[in-house]
Design a protein. Structure first.
Length: 322
């Protein structure tokens, strides 16, 4: 992902203040109140459909004034909110198009939490609890019965999958599609249905981009689903991706790049050939040639157009129902 637009965690992890309470030995920031408008990024475009987006990991471990280490974002601390807001704004700018956009602040766990399965298992429930409450508040007070797209990137995608598993059938009937970007999904389920084309609805979209199959991140396992977001095919048919200069991007990204993208069906990985921009390597977990940080930025035009296509199809189908 384009880190000048969607802020990187690595440069902001200094000493920040944090409202805390104790749970076992970890300091825990104050719980977000989703009745408070400061706990949301919202762009209401008066559209017929919404995007509910869950941000990725923009927080690292940081030291509190008392010397303790906090492993969660404090959604009330301005210094810790900055990178969260940067991603919310960046994704809204790049992909939401004409759709309404809702993104909650939440106590995401730090990047260091993903260094082991035990840390991730211990810390993710706090983040999930916040996102669950935010989604329920959104459904009850902000959605007003509109169809919606769920979307999440990295940590946000993992949390989004949990929302799908818990979702009741009535809510699922209004879900246009779910975009689980930059993660692997081990199993399908009642509400986790792999997409097969560019315009099917009620489905989940998932992909992971690499230079070659040796460039997987630490802990990567094969996903049960994958699709090429350039040609929206699930076979190995290659597609050409041309990135054009854009006024939304910084000077360092103002270049035209032509890439070939194909899905390696054996591994389920999206192979990117011809990427010439500087490779941003995710701290602690990433390797050179793994394009995890670029998963939205590379396919921004395709994602924006596809969300609008699926939303239009869903709304048209709903309009002709008796």
């Amino acid at each position: 992902m384009n880190k000048p637009i969607i802020s990187t965690i690595a440069l902001l992890m200094l000493m920040f203040s944090c409202q805390t309470k104790k749970t076992q030995s970890d300091p825990i920031p104050a719980e977000p109140d989703y009745q408070d408008s400061t706990q949301w990024y919202i762009h209401d475009r008066q559209a017929e459909a919404d995007v509910f987006y869950i941000i990725s990991t923009e927080t690292g471990d940081y030291e509190l004034p008392n010397g303790e280490t906090c492993h969660y974002a404090d959604t009330y601390a301005d210094s810790l909110r900055m990178p969260l807001y940067g991603e919310m704004l960046g994704v809204d700018t790049l992909v939401s198009g004409h759709l309404n956009y809702y993104s909650p602040y939440y106590r995401q766990c730090s990047l260091q939490s993903f260094e082991s399965d035990s840390l991730r298992t211990a810390r993710m429930p706090l983040a999930l609890g916040d996102v669950r409450k935010a989604f329920q508040y959104y459904l009850g007070h902000k959605n007003h019965g509109r169809p919606f797209i769920l979307a999440g990137f990295s940590q946000g995608a993992h949390l989004m999958i949990e929302l799908l598993k818990e979702m009741d059938d009535e809510t699922f009937s209004r879900m246009i599609a779910a975009y689980a970007i930059g993660i692997t999904i081990p199993d399908t389920g009642r509400h986790i249905v792999p997409t097969k084309s560019a315009d099917d609805t009620g489905v989940t979209i998932c992909y992971n981009s690499v230079r070659d199959t040796s460039c997987t991140m630490k802990g990567w396992t094969r996903s049960c689903m994958a699709i090429n977001p350039v040609n929206w095919r699930t076979d190995d048919t290659p597609a050409t991706l041309i990135t054009e200069p854009s006024p939304l991007l910084p000077v360092t990204e103002q270049k035209k790049d032509t890439m070939t993208i194909h899905l390696d069906t054996a591994s389920g990985l999206l192979i990117v050939e011809g990427f010439t921009a500087k490779d941003y390597v995710l701290p602690l977990l990433g390797v050179e040639g793994n394009y995890h940080s670029r998963e939205i930025w590379l396919y921004r035009d395709q994602l924006r157009d596809n969300m609008e296509l699926r939303a239009a199809k869903w709304c048209t189908a709903a309009a002709i129902l008796p």
